[in-house]
Design a protein around this ligand. Structure first.
Ligand SMILES: NC(=O)c1ccc[n+]([C@@H]2O[C@H](COP(=O)([O-])OP(=O)(O)OC[C@H]3O[C@@H](n4cnc5c(N)ncnc54)[C@H](O)[C@@H]3O)[C@@H](O)[C@H]2O)c1
Length: 328
């Protein structure tokens, strides 16, 4: 299977390395980036062929990764779908909900394998939290405090500036980064039925919020909060911390892939799952290749991506209305 890459930046490089680590029987085909130096560097490092156009990549691939900045995803997904190519598209799918829905319809109509870059769905730490929360011994879910902080990514660790341009990114810390969190809150805990949000923008980039504080109502009656922030504290890097209270169990998570995950129970029980106990989990890129080879359903697919966009859209509408409660 020949794998093509559109976009040759930070996340394309990550996927290329993860593909290599997966041991999948694939060939690095073409790579195209509008910044030719990036295509060439990616080609040198991976063994792919640097291409001058996206068509060259699409014509020479059996499956493709769409890893450009967000505003280019819809157009490139449509071009890949037109050729019937299985595709992996990074999150967020698009800069807005309407485009994300159109993309999901496009891949459905084309009948192609599609996967979205909500890779934390496979995090062993979040899967452990999910199991602990849904264990009948925990009782009902009461609340969650979900905090996600990231060092301001403009220019920041990513070495690019498009995250400061709303036309390319669609939004700030919520859409660009915490769309993972919206997906995880539902996958780990319960569906979200309503939100109320306030946003902040201290860095002054138009349309790029650097703070979003959200109150979340879940199916079943639990209420929780998500705080998403882009800050300037470089030594801190980026971290997620989650605490969940159930009727008879408290669960915490400190690192989004490796843990530790800790819990304490009303009867005095409890425990800690560290990196070793959690294991590495399933390689998302290896899983994509397997699904593409079988021409089957990949996971998480674009429908999962659209659902996260629906929650994000409701949050932006709430924040624009000064914190009004908005149903999802
Ligand atoms: N799943 C995750 O955890 C995760 C992490 C980081 C980034 N992302 C997502 O991945 C995407 C890319 O982010 P990044 O960090 O790699 O950014 P990046 O700036 O490192 O790379 C993006 C690249 O896309 C190129 N590009 C733009 N338009 C193009 C086009 N039409 N054809 C070819 N190349 C084009 C740019 O020149 C740039 O090199 C974004 O949507 C981002 O939200 C996801």
């Amino acid at each position: 299977m020949r794998i093509g890459f559109l976009g040759a930046g930070h996340i394309a490089t990550f996927h290329s390395k993860m593909l290599r680590a997966s041991g999948a029987d694939v060939v690095w085909a073409g790579v195209h980036d509008v910044d030719a130096a990036r295509s060439e560097a990616f080609a040198r490092a991976s063994g792919a062929t640097a291409c001058r156009t996206e068509d060259e990549v699409l014509d020479g691939a059996d499956a493709v990764y769409v890893c450009t900045w967000t505003s280019e995803h819809p157009r490139l997904v449509a071009a890949a779908a037109e050729r019937g190519l299985p595709l992996f598209c990074e999150k967020p799918l698009a800069t807005n909900l309407a485009d994300a829905r159109t993309m999901a319809e496009t891949v459905r109509a084309a009948g192609i394998t599609n996967q979205v870059g909500l890779v934390l769905r496979r995090s062993p730490a979040f899967l452990a939290v999910r199991d602990l929360v849904h264990d009948p011994a925990a009782g009902d879910l009461l609340t969650v405090v979900f905090r996600d902080d990231q060092w301001m990514p403009v220019p920041g660790a990513y070495g690019s500036t498009w995250r400061g341009d709303v036309a390319k990114a669609g939004g700030g810390t919520l859409l660009e980064h915490s769309i993972h969190d919206l997906d995880l809150l539902e996958a780990t805990l319960a569906p979200i039925v309503a939100v109320a949000a306030r946003s902040g923008n201290r860095h002054g980039m138009a349309g790029i919020e650097d703070l979003m504080v959200v109150t979340l109502d879940f199916v079943g009656g639990a209420t929780g909060t998500l705080t998403s922030i882009w800050h300037d504290i470089e030594p801190r890097g980026s971290l997620r911390r989650v605490e969940v209270f159930c009727e008879r169990r408290w669960v915490s998570l400190e690192h989004d892939w490796t843990g530790p995950v800790c819990w304490s129970d009303a009867d005095g029980g409890g425990g800690v799952l560290g990196e070793e106990a959690l294991g590495f989990g399933e390689n998302p890129d290896g899983a994509f290749v397997e699904a593409a080879r079988a021409q089957g359903r990949a996971w998480p697919d674009f429908d999962v991506g659209v659902r996260a966009h629906e929650v994000a859209d409701a949050i932006y509408r709430s924040a624009a209305a000064g914190g009004e409660r908005v149903t999802v």
